[in-house]
Ligand binder design. Structure first.
Ligand SMILES: [Zn+2]
Ligand SMILES: [Zn+2]
Length: 156
């Protein structure tokens, strides 16, 4: 695939992806809606070490969560754009904000999640899976992505 690069709004933070993501979630949950100030967020799930930060400085900001588990946003210290976040403070896996890529159309959602709080005027495409809350990764992720995730989290 072509090399994917992206950055924050002010241009201080630039990054390059060393590979494509494992999976792309489009999240319609109310937390994401508030955090990004929009209808949904597009998160590309990728190994943190496959995000090569080329420039700029990041700071992490903890978001409140229902689960009580940490959710850290990584933001440009200059402009505050969130580039990626880390659910559960696992370090090894990041949720990259897909529309911070230079080519904002490079990644499209593999699944729509938390559609129970989807805004009513957002019409989902019929050919992409959509779930009320979350989904079974074993059923939706391609085998090579599941293998990457297992390697990463040391499961199974
Ligand atoms: Zn910036
Ligand atoms: Zn969400």
């Amino acid at each position: 695939m072509t090399v994917l690069e992206g950055g924050c709004a002010c241009g201080a933070v630039r990054y390059r992806l060393k590979s494509g993501p494992m999976f792309v979630n489009c999240c319609h949950c109310s937390d994401c809606q508030r955090q990004v100030g929009s209808a949904f967020v597009i998160n590309a799930l990728i190994e943190t070490d496959r995000i090569e930060q080329l420039s700029g400085e990041l700071t992490s900001v903890a978001m409140p969560t229902d689960s009580g588990r940490p959710h850290l946003h990584y933001r440009c210290t200059a402009c505050g754009t969130t580039l990626w976040s880390d659910y559960g403070d696992r370090k090894v896996m990041s949720f990259l904000r897909a529309t911070t890529l230079d080519r904002r159309d490079a990644l499209s959602p593999d699944v729509h999640i938390f559609t129970r709080s989807k805004l009513p005027w957002v019409i989902l495409p019929p050919d992409v899976p959509a779930v009320e809350v979350y989904y079974d990764m074993e059923k939706l992720w391609p085998p090579e992505s599941l293998a990457r995730r297992r390697a990463l989290l040391g499961e199974g």
